[in-house]
Ligand binder design. Structure first.
Ligand SMILES: Nc1ncnc2c1ncn2[C@@H]1O[C@H](COP(=O)(O)OP(=O)(O)OP(=O)(O)O)[C@@H](O)[C@H]1O
Length: 577
């Protein structure tokens, strides 16, 4: 509880302090509406007593007008409170969404591998949605309704001490009973939200893989998994709802008892001439009015159970730290840079080394070709150079700097990578190519597109560079997407270019056509070309062959080609045959 309160306080302080003026306005509107709700029954009580005692019509008319005016004012303040609470909630939850999204984007690739995009969506948006009420109303309503409760009990004490004391005792028992049950639904609601996250994760995964699923006849398997998930979901929802319903039953039972006490007391006091009929009405009315704050406090506490589960999950997420530290400050010197690997060992979360004692040196401005069977660790080298993962031992240097000492943003702005899987975003052609960098001129983009033979493609688009591309590469062939990825690297103007099967989706004719462009791209830059096709490696200076993460051959391409017994020469002969 202490911990939960601490978490509430931190969240409220972080996200409500910047909009404290609105929160103050909201508090004033809510408190005014509460005060008006306590005052208005007094007018009714006065009206009844005046009518019973045969009071003047003028007095009755004034009471009626005052009653209507206060009722209208109450409505007005409630509208103002709702309006302000929506703005407060949206502003706070949007800020929290931004913080969570930024935090998740900074987390390591290993974290994202373990969590599907759908699950992340649900965790960022679903959990935060639940918090909107927490930010806008919960705290103010719990406080406001507690004040309303307190105010009603004081007024009741003024009307009649016996009635006031009895109903105060009743309200205390009711609140204790409701508070005692507060936490019973937290665990089921947390479990419910976890399954909900898995549900969205599964849907996202299956929509993304729809082509493979259909092509491989895996629809039944997918539906089976989906069905299994739904089967787990319903009982958890029922458990959570049942736990919340227990609270509802308790409050309904308590109000019935409260009304019985009020009726009994009013009848008893009136029969003994201790109170007027107007006061009897007031006692009954205020007891009914007591139900409102107690009921609201119950509802809010019920919501708090769901919110508490969400807050816990949000804190868990925010407490996950990236293993990869962003602390390096060193900056690479401009121009092409040398690469050196010294006794590098690396593994993902498995027992076995993915890269085993790797050492090589590529001078600045030279090009290295990496060959090896599927899964031998070629792409892993590229990921290490971009510091998507950190090595377990050894040293990787770019230029004079160990890459762990470089600022991550500087490192990543200086390395250009093209892979087989090109991500196209739902944005214009221009933004897809420049990544929203408006320093890059249209003229330079057009020149680069021309270099890669993409001008006819651009002309075929309805709005040229402004044409919106669909997410998931819709409307582009895999080869076209790969050419666009090459354009991106050109525009980025990096010091090191890594082409990881970058032309694997291109037909031989297109690959030949862009050869000149490739030469331009690699000019005055250091390059790494990872390829299965030997012709792609014609322009490289060095060859490195990998087998199960170990270097089995490394040397100058010319020299290896001359050595008849080298693996590379054998490969060349095999491909020539
Ligand atoms: N994110 C990851 N988490 C765990 N293991 C991984 C991850 N990425 C790759 N691996 C494993 O590391 C090994 C090397 O993978 P890598 O992608 O570097 O191979 P590759 O030589 O580039 O293969 P390909 O020619 O198919 O692209 C493989 O056994 C692969 O299963």
């Amino acid at each position: 509880m202490q911990n939960a309160l601490q978490q509430y306080k931190l969240l409220l302080a972080d996200y409500l302090t910047p909009q404290w003026k609105r929160v103050l306005g909201l508090a004033i509107a809510l408190l005014t509406s509460i005060a008006l709700q306590i005052i208005n029954p007094q007018i009714l009580g006065y009206f009844i007593d005046t009518a019973v005692q045969g009071g003047s019509q003028q007095a009755l008319l004034t009471a009626t007008i005052a009653f209507i005016a206060i009722a209208l004012l109450t409505q007005g303040t409630e509208i103002a409170a709702t309006f302000l609470s929506e703005i407060v909630a949206w502003t706070a939850t949007n800020a929290l969404r931004v913080d969570l999204a930024e935090h998740c984007l900074r987390l390591d690739l290993s974290f994202h591998k373990a969590h599907t995009p759908g699950e992340m969506l649900e965790r960022i948006d679903g959990d935060v949605n639940l918090l909107s009420k927490f930010f806008s109303e919960l705290v103010i309503h719990v406080l406001g309704n507690s004040l309303l409760l307190f105010g009603i009990l004081i007024v009741l004490c003024f009307e009649n001490q016996l009635a006031g004391m009895s109903l105060t005792a009743f309200a205390i028992v009711a609140l204790i009973a409701l508070l005692a049950q507060r936490s019973i639904a937290i665990a089921p609601w947390a479990e419910y939200r976890q399954i909900s996250a898995e549900y969205y994760g599964t849907i996202g995964e299956h929509i993304a893989g729809r082509e493979d699923i259909r092509a491989n006849g895996a629809v039944n398997y997918v539906m089976f998994r989906f069905y299994e998930l739904l089967q787990r979901w319903l009982p958890v929802y029922q458990k959570a709802r049942f736990a919340s319903t227990v609270l509802w039953f308790t409050s309904v039972g308590l109000f019935t008892i409260g009304n019985a006490i009020a009726l009994f007391l009013s009848a008893y006091l009136w029969s003994r001439n201790a109170i007027t009929i107007g006061t009897a009405y007031l006692i009954f009315h205020y007891t009914n009015l007591l139900a409102k704050p107690i009921e609201r406090i119950r509802e809010e506490l019920e919501q708090l159970q769901q919110v508490e589960a969400s807050i816990q999950r949000i804190h868990q997420l925010l407490n996950i730290e990236a293993v990869l530290k962003h602390c390096g400050q060193a900056v690479l010197s401009s121009g092409a840079c040398a690469i050196s690997f010294k006794q590098v060992y690396f593994r993902y979360e498995s027992e076995n080394w993915t890269l085993h004692n790797l050492s090589f040196h590529l001078p600045a401005g030279k090009i290295l070709g990496i060959l090896g069977h599927t899964g031998s660790g070629k792409s892993t080298i590229a990921r290490l150079l971009l510091r998507l993962y950190d090595i377990q031992s050894g040293e990787i240097r770019l230029g004079d700097c160990v890459i762990a000492d470089l600022s991550l943003s500087d490192l990543r702005s200086r390395v250009g990578l093209v892979t087989q899987d090109v991500q196209i975003f739902q944005a214009s052609v221009r933004d897809n190519l420049t990544f929203f960098n408006d320093q890059i001129s249209d003229a330079y983009i057009l020149e680069t597109l021309e270099l890669l033979g993409l001008t006819p493609w651009l002309r075929s688009l309805p709005d040229g560079l402004n044409t919106q591309l669909g997410a998931d590469s819709t409307g582009l062939s895999a080869g076209q997407a790969q050419l666009l990825a090459l354009v991106r690297v050109f525009l980025k103007n990096p010091s090191l270019v890594i082409l990881d099967e970058a032309s694997s989706r291109l037909d031989p004719q297109t690959e030949k056509m862009i050869e000149g462009a490739m030469d331009r791209l690699l000019e005055h830059r250091t390059g790494i070309i990872i390829a299965h096709r030997l012709p792609t490696l014609q322009r490289v200076d060095q060859i490195l062959m990998l087998e199960q993460g170990k270097i089995v051959e490394y040397g100058d391409r010319e020299t290896l080609t001359q050595q008849a017994h080298s693996r590379f020469a054998r490969l060349l002969r095999m491909s020539a045959n």
